[in-house]
Design a binder for this molecule. Structure first.
Ligand code: HEG
Length: 141
């Protein structure tokens, strides 16, 4: 459950991503593939070289989906409902991978932040990304 303070923190830390979805999204993914190479198996047909069109396009989709959720923090589940179906029923991504991407998103935002991220802001971001992961994993049975 995100508090009012969490919501303010998440919107603030996410602000740079809103107008740079491709740039940030590609970095989320490149960090994921670098740190957790097994995640590459979900993208067998992709060109996974640095800054490839595949990585940029998929990164942009992920970042934009998260931006929609940040814009609807009172209804993350409803906002990501179609993606929840897709990941569980069609893509069958093992939910453990959502935690790996969460870490990579946090590191990316920290690396681009102009200074240290305050602990409470990082905590709010973590709560938000855990909520997203719960939504995306909700349809697995
Ligand atoms: Mg997923 C497709 C969002 C984690 C593997 N993912 C997509 C799409 C979006 C999305 C918006 C495009 C859907 C469409 O075209 O209709 N993904 C998304 C979010 C998160 C996430 C918001 C977590 C924050 N995805 C994720 C993880 C993996 C994964 C951790 C695997 C390691 N996603 C995946 C695959 C596709 C998508 C294999 C299909 C890609 C394609 O067909 O090109």
């Amino acid at each position: 459950m995100l508090t009012a303070t969490d919501k303010t923190n998440v919107k603030a830390i996410w602000a740079p991503v809103v107008n740079n979805a491709e740039l940030f999204g590609a970095e989320f993914l490149e960090r994921l593939f670098c740190v957790f190479p097994s995640t590459k198996t979900y993208f067998p047909d992709y060109d996974l070289s640095h800054n490839s069109p595949d990585i940029k396009a998929q990164g942009k989709k992920i970042a934009e989906a998260l931006t929609r959720a940040v814009g609807n923090l009172d209804d993350v589940a409803g906002t990501l409902s179609a993606l929840s179906d897709l990941h569980a029923e069609k893509l069958r991504v093992d939910p453990v991978n959502f935690g790996k991407l969460r870490e990579c998103i946090e590191v990316t935002l920290a690396a681009h932040h102009g200074g240290l991220i305050k602990a409470d802001v990082l905590c709010s971001l973590d709560k938000f990304l855990c909520a997203v992961a719960r939504v995306l994993a909700a349809r697995y049975r």
